[in-house]
Design a protein around this ligand. Structure first.
Ligand SMILES: NC(=O)c1ccc[n+]([C@@H]2O[C@H](COP(=O)([O-])OP(=O)(O)OC[C@H]3O[C@@H](n4cnc5c(N)ncnc54)[C@H](O)[C@@H]3O)[C@@H](O)[C@H]2O)c1
Length: 274
């Protein structure tokens, strides 16, 4: 992968899944890495893999919802490496539950991690990315930031919000002529621990949901997802879709407009566990 050698890249949620795969691919491409996660065991495993590749790594426990800590962390990364070129705001959680039976706190938790975590990371690192003269913000939304699903209102809200925030930032950087590129990523089903790590409202069979996701919905490996993301980053794409599922459903929504909602409310209950 071209264009990453010597760059300093920050990856949140790097202790598992797409974050770990991104960190490994970036290291292979010659980047120096600042990786973080709340899961320190998973993070240590990622760190070992990066160290074995011979790159400079800074690994820290970081909860992306802790804004002041995140801002301090951005300064630390800059001081450690001397510059920061790229941030991959990747850390995220999933939650399933219909609005009617979801608690406010569950919806707020998803917004805190999946939306505010991205805002915190973007704002904390933006001054450093501008100062680098060659910056890039990469925010991980979802296929569920392009279309909504029953049972996914909280996750949909957070991922649509990431898309809106990131697409506005893209335009602002261009208008201000800042040397910062901006990419929004929309993965379809990726083979990671996300469904197993997810929470659900009471009454939903969590194990059955996770099993259904792992067997039927997760079609792309995390490694392939990371390669597609880095390819999009190197080509300065504003929007990156990952997987045939993401491409097909994005097309369906664009063709049907708001009518996809009627279609989904008929099809989804017949298709999988709820
Ligand atoms: N797997 C998919 O099918 C899929 C699809 C679309 C979007 N995504 C998005 O991709 C991103 C990565 O997810 P993944 O599939 O690799 O899941 P994953 O569960 O394997 O990894 C997510 C990582 O984020 C970390 N994390 C969770 N809360 C955190 C917090 N508050 N602060 C810091 N780290 C935290 C977890 O500890 C974990 O290591 C997420 O934003 C997710 O929403 C995933």
């Amino acid at each position: 992968m071209q264009g990453f050698a010597g760059k300093v890249a920050v990856v949140t949620g790097a202790g598992s899944g797409i974050g770990r795969a991104l960190a490994v691919e970036l290291a292979r491409a010659g980047a120096q890495l600042a990786i973080s996660d709340v899961d320190t065991e998973g993070l240590a495993q990622t760190e070992q893999r990066l160290t074995a590749l011979g790159v400079r790594v800074k690994a820290d426990r970081l909860d992306v919802t802790e804004r002041e800590v995140f801002i301090g962390y951005a300064d630390e990364v800059k001081d450690h490496f001397g510059k920061v070129n790229q941030i991959y705001n990747n850390a995220g959680i999933a939650f399933s539950g219909d609005v009617e039976v979801s608690e406010f706190k569950d919806i707020e938790r998803v917004m805190d991690v999946d939306f505010w975590g991205v805002v915190n990371g973007t704002k904390a690192f933006l001054p450093h990315l501008i100062a680098s003269g060659d910056g890039h913000v990469i925010n991980i939304s979802s296929l569920f930031g392009l279309l909504s699903m029953p049972g996914q209102a909280a996750y949909n809200a957070a991922k649509f919000a990431v898309r809106g925030f990131t697409e506005a930032l893209h335009q602002e950087m261009a208008i201000a002529k800042h040397p910062v590129k901006v990419t929004t990523v929309h993965p379809g089903g990726i083979k990671t621990a996300i469904a197993r790590n997810a929470t659900t409202v009471e009454g939903v069979d969590h194990a059955a949901m996770a099993d259904f996701f792992d067997r039927r919905l997760a079609s792309t490996s995390a490694e392939e997802a990371a390669r597609v993301i880095l390819d999009g980053v190197s080509k300065n794409r504003a929007r990156v879709l990952i997987g045939n599922d993401a491409r097909a459903l994005d097309l369906l929504v664009r063709l049907t407009g708001s009518r996809y909602q009627r279609l989904f409310s008929f099809v989804i209950p017949r298709f999988g566990p709820r």
